[in-house]
Design a protein around this ligand. Structure first.
Ligand code: FE2
Length: 221
């Protein structure tokens, strides 16, 4: 399947601000200071996560592309072209992790949390039976994702849907439109919470979840 055919069948708006035109790919700057999410996520965690892990995926992708015919493609074109292809797993993993992390930084904000408003609030109430039920379900996906991965709020067709993905996998590679995500790789929380992933997920939803970002993504659908 060609890249253009994959893109036409995809739910993601092609003007996604998280796309990058081509190499060298980078970890874009965070939309806030490293200490802006403390104490929910410490400056030490954010700094290492951004400068070492996120930038590390970018460095590795740039290295892999040096010998690939995918050179010159945008980040999203690379993700769509390599998803599900075992021979391209290394390139997919690093490209998807660049995109996933950029999406995760936007999924948080200082003094976030609380409750969504407007259409997003109405859709959550309709599709999950209320905000409290949604929070419980979101935490369950985050906590029960085995090993490394992500928990996502997505738009699946006309309904909101919660999805857990393993390792680098991303709803971007499927037909679901990502609205919000929490990184549940240990590198996202271990310095602050050790093995207490449920505490991280609870604090994240209460204090840093960026509902305005999720609502803006829903509005683009
Ligand atoms: Fe991460």
């Amino acid at each position: 399947m060609s890249i253009s055919m994959r893109r036409k069948s995809h739910a993601l708006p092609l003007d996604s601000e998280l796309d990058q035109a081509g190499e060298p790919f980078v970890a874009p700057p965070l939309p806030y200071e490293y200490d802006a999410l403390a104490p929910v996520i410490s400056a030490d965690t954010l700094r290492v996560h951004h400068l070492k892990h996120h930038q590390g995926y970018a460095d590795k992708l740039n290295e892999l592309l040096a010998t690939s015919d995918l050179r010159g493609k945008s980040l999203q074109e690379i993700i769509f072209a390599t998803a599900g292809d075992p021979k391209q797993a290394k390139i997919f993993n690093n490209a998807a992790q660049i995109w996933n992390h950029s999406f995760y930084w936007q999924s948080m904000r200082p003094r976030g949390g609380g409750r969504p408003a407007g259409e997003l609030a109405d859709r959550i109430a309709a599709d999950f039976g209320g905000f409290e039920a949604f929070v419980d379900a979101f935490k369950k996906v985050a906590v029960e994702q085995f090993g490394s991965g992500w928990a996502w709020l997505t738009l699946d067709g006309k309904a909101l849907s919660l999805v857990g993905t393993g390792n680098a996998d991303t709803p971007l590679a499927g037909k679901k439109l990502p609205l919000l995500t929490i990184d549940v790789w240990e590198h996202a929380y271990y310095l602050d919470y050790q093995n207490r992933r449920p505490d991280y997920a609870t604090a994240w939803l209460q204090n840093v979840a960026n509902w305005e970002f999720a609502a803006a993504n829903l509005a683009k659908a």
